[in-house]
Design a binder for this molecule. Structure first.
Ligand code: HEC
Ligand code: HEC
Length: 339
């Protein structure tokens, strides 16, 4: 698949483009770290990935799709579930992560246990608490489906379903899920609909003083792993990054997640322990647990008045991107829309 991908800059946005699929992001954002060369960046590959993402055929008993745990209207996470629910109601050990702006991620999962987006899907597919199957079995099932033979034909000019193609098509879909049209973005770009109230401006300032060192603008995440002072849940005993690297200095460190669309992605943290953003803010101001790996940024207590906490909360709501959450291109593919 050696398509040439062009990069165009127009009206303040960068478009990575080949044929019809546009991968767009604001010009002032850092360059994506993902190398798109294995993707064909065609509408057909995107639509195939979209069908796969929403298809419960990808689980052993055809009950769970990727979208079961990653719902669009909540920033592609599983709202109201602290720990993820997979096949036969089995409960996983972590809260589903929201999926957006993945091309800027150098690692995936709360502990960074997966280091490449193109193989990321193998984890839920093979996890016995999630989809409990294997790529080989999915390949076999899809090869028997006329619908998929036709979708693969359109995407790859070959109707044969292979594991590699499934993984690339899923990548093509998830990597397009970019969120950059929140009120905050419009404020930064000085666009219509981006006028901040005084309270939102104060909230942004509080955010920049206390939170942005880790939740870095403009993505509101970073590829770092940090211990943000949560106490260990003794039933889960999740030590985060250390479980991948086996290094004691990584104990209790988790990926710094994005805060985009945070208004809708509750519950919060790797184990979904907090139901509300108020609880999260209270954690940072009064419940940070000191331990040898606690992040430097949180060594000193963050002190906020009640009013400042509300201002911060009001600012966090400006990160909601309705255009992203309701973009029809990312929603369940109705049969009539597959051309
Ligand atoms: C049963 C629920 C469940 C299903 C089904 C599921 N996921 Fe997830 N997903 C999760 C959880 C939980 C995490 C975080 C896991 C961890 O940190 O160990 C996650 C993490 C991810 C991430 C990492 C995001 C990041 O920023 O690090 C991506 C991407 C993703 N899932 C995509 C998918 C795709 C694609 C599928 C379908 C093939 C899928 N998921 C199926 C629950 C699920
Ligand atoms: C030292 C770096 C650091 C600082 C400073 C920091 N955070 Fe975090 N934040 C993290 C990490 C790491 C996580 C994930 C922790 C986990 O799940 O175990 C997180 C998680 C969150 C979450 C939950 C996200 C989700 O998807 O579940 C919210 C909300 C949040 N932080 C808001 C804030 C706010 C507001 C501030 C400032 C008051 C702040 N953070 C300061 C590192 C930081």
């Amino acid at each position: 698949m050696s398509f040439i991908i062009g990069i165009f800059i127009c009206l303040g946005f960068v478009l990575v483009k080949n044929e019809e699929v546009f991968f767009e992001y604001p010009e002032y954002w850092p360059k994506p770290v993902y190398n798109f060369s294995k993707l064909s960046m065609t509408e057909e590959e995107f639509q195939l990935g979209r069908h796969l993402f929403y298809d419960p055929l990808l689980s052993r008993d055809h009950t769970i799709s990727c979208a079961s745990c990653h719902l669009q209207a909540t920033g592609f996470t599983h709202v109201d579930h602290d720990l993820s629910h997979g096949i036969e109601g089995r409960i996983g050990t972590r809260n589903s992560i929201s999926i957006m702006n993945l091309a800027w991620n150098t690692s995936f999962m709360w502990d960074g246990g997966v280091n490449h987006i193109e193989v990321q899907s193998l984890a839920p597919i093979s996890s016995e608490n999630e989809m409990d199957t294997s790529l080989a079995i999915i390949v076999e099932k899809l090869n028997k489906s006329e619908k998929y033979n036709s979708l693969f034909q359109k995407a790859y000019q070959d109707s044969l379903v292979t594991g590699q193609k499934i993984l690339l098509a899923l990548t093509q879909f998830v990597v397009m899920l970019n969120s950059y049209n929140s009120k905050y973005d419009k404020y930064i770009r000085n666009e219509l609909g981006g006028k901040f109230t005084e309270q939102e401006k104060i909230g942004l300032k509080i955010f920049r003083n206390n939170c942005a060192s880790c939740h870095k603008e403009p993505l509101f995440s970073s590829n770092d792993f940090k211990n943000n002072g949560l106490n260990v849940d003794s039933t889960l005993n999740d030590f985060g990054r250390m479980m991948v690297t086996k290094k004691p200095e990584d104990s209790l460190k988790f990926k710094v997640p994005t805060l985009r669309n945070i208004q809708f992605t509750q519950p919060f943290m790797h184990d979904g322990r907090f139901e509300t953003l108020q609880e999260v803010i209270n954690h940072y101001t009064s419940e940070v647990q000191h331990s040898p790996t606690l992040a430097n940024e949180l060594q000193e207590q963050i002190i906020l008045t009640h009013k400042e906490k509300v201002d911060l909360l009001v600012f966090l709501r400006t990160l909601t991107d309705q255009k992203f959450l309701y973009n029809k291109r990312f929603s369940y593919p109705r049969e009539t829309q597959t051309n």
